[in-house]
Ligand binder design. Structure first.
Ligand code: C5P
Length: 311
């Protein structure tokens, strides 16, 4: 994420954050856990599609979130502004655990990452809230504090405290950054329909012989987009295809783009392809947009580790 501190008083600063989306380049299910979650091995990479969030601290004791200029394909009804929004949930948790009842925050969210899409938008916003509240409220959190709060909010949230490319295990909350080439060209398409993460996980079957992540990690560290695209994997894709026809339609559409490889991200419904360069990705993005004007098409690149800018 990109973090910019706007104004500084002794203890309070307004903080602007660009919170990136992610795609899952690899996702295997290793087992079902007693707590109802699934044991995973997933490799995620952050990409250059951002929610823009501004956090302005005050001492009103009120935490208020409003949406600004929504992208035409994101409906305001999809984005809660109460405690069901992970930004509000995270700020309340941080205030309860590390702050005091006087702490307030005005948050303005410019939502660009589609919801119910497998792109981690809500999780990325939550990670942004942790970093921003730490700065804006002067909480002085340790890296361990940040990671613990992140894991309590959601399985994907800890990943966004790092960004770049990482192997995530456990229920997804154990993050090991991986050296990887940034700037890989991708096209992401969010179809009209969305899928609930909970539903997709509930319907999936734990494989008897899970695909080992090691070969994929070798491909990532060697940095070749061809090799990465050649061994991508997402165990949740067949389930999502059976629940939502549009995922299958996207697989067929990407087959016609000349991409190096394609698959669904996370629990869907977003779908992405890897391209040899940005020009090839640009042509494909145009083609996919024309094929179905209702699809939301994003021409993006993979990002390196988090770049925190304090100005
Ligand atoms: O952790 P998070 O709240 O993002 O997870 C949403 C839902 O996805 C969970 O309630 C669970 O049903 C499912 N899930 C799972 N195993 C994981 C991660 C998520 O079953 N490792």
């Amino acid at each position: 994420m990109l973090v910019r501190t706007l104004s500084k008083t002794d203890s309070c600063s307004t903080v602007q954050v660009s919170a990136p989306a992610k795609v899952n380049l690899f996702l295997e299910i290793l087992g079902r856990r007693a707590d109802g979650f699934h044991e995973l091995a997933t490799v995620m990479t952050s990409v250059s599609l951002f929610d823009q969030i501004e956090f302005s601290p005050n001492e009103s004791g009120k935490i208020q979130l409003r949406l600004s200029s929504l992208d035409s394909k994101i409906s305001a009804t999809e984005i809660p502004v109460d405690q069901n929004n992970l930004i509000v949930k995270t700020l309340l948790k941080l205030r309860r655990t590390y702050g005091n009842a006087q702490l307030g925050m005005d948050v303005v969210l410019n939502k660009r990452i589609p919801a119910a899409a497998g792109l981690g938008g809500a999780s990325s916003d939550a990670a942004a809230a942790i970093v921003a509240a730490d700065l804006a409220w002067g909480l002085d959190l340790s890296a361990t504090d940040r990671s613990e709060v992140a894991a309590q909010i959601g399985s994907d949230v800890p990943f966004f405290l790092y960004g770049g490319t990482a192997l995530c295990t456990g229920r997804g909350e154990q993050v090991r950054p991986v050296e990887a080439l940034d700037g890989i060209a991708l096209v992401i398409v969010k179809p009209v329909s969305g899928l609930s993460t909970q539903r997709v996980f509930r319907e999936c079957v734990v494989p008897e012989s899970p695909v080992d992540v090691d070969e994929f990690l070798d491909a990532v560290t060697c940095g070749s987009p061809e090799r990465i695209a050649g061994c991508m994997h997402n165990r949740l894709q067949p389930v999502a295809e059976s629940l939502e026809q549009e995922v299958l339609a996207l697989a067929k559409a990407f087959d016609q783009t000349g991409c190096l490889g394609h698959q669904m991200s996370g629990s869907g419904t977003s779908y992405f392809g890897i391209f040899s360069d940005v020009d090839a990705a640009g042509i494909a993005a145009e083609q996919l947009g024309k094929q179905n004007p209702d699809w939301d098409v994003f021409n993006v690149q993979s990002l390196g580790q988090n770049d925190v800018i304090a100005a």
